[in-house]
Design a protein around this ligand. Structure first.
Ligand SMILES: Cc1cc2nc3c(=O)[nH]c(=O)nc-3n(C[C@H](O)[C@H](O)[C@H](O)COP(=O)(O)OP(=O)(O)OC[C@H]3O[C@@H](n4cnc5c(N)ncnc54)[C@H](O)[C@@H]3O)c2cc1C
Length: 427
């Protein structure tokens, strides 16, 4: 049986592993930390704008990871005040349940999961990867590979481009820095930029222990999933908000209010950027706030997007015959945005392992259109400072204008059937 190894157990790597297994490959997923989920362990917000990609993935056979997320739902149909004049609807999942849910979901479909297993190098033969070198010195060989290692950290990047290691969920000091497989294979990658043009976009959200918030805030969060607390005028910092990573839909409201959501074990502040604790504690109801992530939120958040990878529309890494790329390495921000390239990269790795041509999904589908848009734009200056999302920004505007974005299941089914894509990801 042909073998695929996926490196990186964030949502994108999990989606890749599920897709490779569904396409018939003997699949191994390795993750350097002790739990699957990556940044998804602190995300929690699921945009309703994912509807068309979810529908397409269901019809094509690539829904496994969305299904795990659905199983962790904590609050449904939560109305956000931004973006857009009427707000936007989202669901919130319980981040506590995500790691175990992913592992069970993957093992059920036959994926071999190895945690605390970090790839440190590659063994090449010509333009192919023969094996990965692991942290214990052993080799792991396969016919094809997926690099889903993301772009966060490691510590030296956070020191050079950020404000130092803020002790974030990546936990580089404990589990070792992220290692890019594409870079180890000799591929030249690009670094993402902040909106001011300097390298090292930082993470935009942070988490607070719920018990450290006022009783009123806790009650509101548990009831509605969300609370919007106006920030005293003297503390509003537009520049900080403007410069944070998820810039596609950043709005002044994020600087003027602390928008908190309930994601289970913590309350997450969205798009706050780093905030010194003394400043945070001047916001009403947060007088005793304690950071849960990053622990040293006072100095900063984690640096992201430090490894953007050249690839083609099948998500094959340019110059490497059997390596596919997924995750934030393709310039995306968001859980749905991570899952989409994950599914395509995993499926194509499985095809590649059997000597088949990769699948390029038509641009008349949301999944195919999103990947094509990223492939065409990823190295343009604007996009080194921006992120590809399905919930805001130019791709969304294009999809809405051209009718690609649809909330009509019948129309979505029609385009999948007309393109003969029903169940395409299952073989
Ligand atoms: C704090 C925070 C909150 C967010 N909130 C939301 C939200 O509410 N909603 C939303 O839609 N999006 C949110 N996002 C964005 C979204 O969570 C991410 O874009 C998405 O989860 C990224 O997943 P990924 O798989 O691409 O990358 P990552 O999650 O970065 O996964 C990469 C994985 O690879 C592993 N790895 C790296 N190198 C190696 C190696 N050499 N060997 C083995 N393993 C390795 C890492 O340990 C990591 O687990 C948030 C992001 C952050 C940082």
């Amino acid at each position: 049986m042909a073998e695929v190894v996926v490196v990186g157990g964030g949502l994108s790597g999990c989606a890749a592993a599920a897709a490779a297994a569904r396409a018939g490959a003997a699949t191994t997923l390795i993750e350097r930390a002790e739990v699957l989920g990556g940044w998804g362990l602190l995300a929690g917000v699921v945009d309703h704008k994912y509807f068309p990609v979810r529908e397409e993935l269901k019809l094509m056979g690539g829904y496994d990871i969305f299904q795990v997320i659905d199983g962790c739902t904590l609050h449904r149909d939560v109305k956000f005040p931004w973006p857009g004049p009427n707000g936007a609807m989202k669901d919130l999942y319980d981040a506590t349940k995500l790691g175990p849910g992913l592992r069970q979901g993957l093992e059920k479909i036959g994926v071999k999961v190895k945690v605390q297993c970090r790839a440190t190098d590659v063994v090449m033969k010509g333009n192919r990867i023969e094996a990965l070198v692991l942290n214990d010195g052993s080799h792991l060989s396969a016919d094809a590979f997926v690099d889903a290692t993301g772009g966060a950290g490691g510590v030296s990047n956070c020191r050079t481009y950020g404000r130092g290691c803020a002790m974030c969920f990546q936990r580089c000091p404990a589990f070792g820095d992220r290692v890019s497989i594409a870079a180890k294979a000799g591929v030249k990658e690009l670094k993402g930029k902040k909106r001011d043009g300097t390298y090292g976009p930082t993470n935009s959200a942070y988490a607070l222990f719920k018990e450290s918030l006022s009783a009123e805030i806790r009650q509101e969060l548990e009831r509605n999933g969300i609370i919007c607390i106006p920030i005293p005028k003297a503390l509003v910092n537009y520049e900080r908000t403007r410069n944070i990573t998820a810039s596609a839909n950043i709005d002044a409201g994020f600087a003027e209010n602390a928008l908190l959501v309930d994601i289970g074990f913590v309350a997450k502040r969205i798009a706050g950027g780093y905030t010194p604790l003394e400043e945070l504690r001047r916001i009403p109801g947060l007088e005793n706030a304690i950071y849960a992530e990053p622990f040293a939120g006072t100095i900063g958040n984690a640096v992201r997007y430090m490894a953007l990878t050249p690839r083609d529309e099948a998500l094959r890494v340019k110059g490497i015959a059997n390596l596919f790329v997924a995750s934030e390495k393709v310039g995306i921000n968001g859980i749905g945005e991570a899952i989409v390239p994950g599914v395509v990269a995993g499926h194509n790795a499985a095809r590649n392992s059997r000597g088949l041509e990769p699948l390029v999904l038509p641009r008349t589908t949301m999944v195919g259109g999103f990947i094509a848009f990223g492939t065409e734009n990823w190295d343009k200056e604007e996009w080194l400072c921006n992120r590809f999302t399905l919930y805001g920004g130019p791709f969304c505007e294009f999809a809405e204008k051209t009718g690609l974005y649809s909330e009509d299941p019948v129309q979505i089914k029609k385009r999948i059937v007309n393109n003969s894509l029903e169940g395409i990801l299952l073989s």
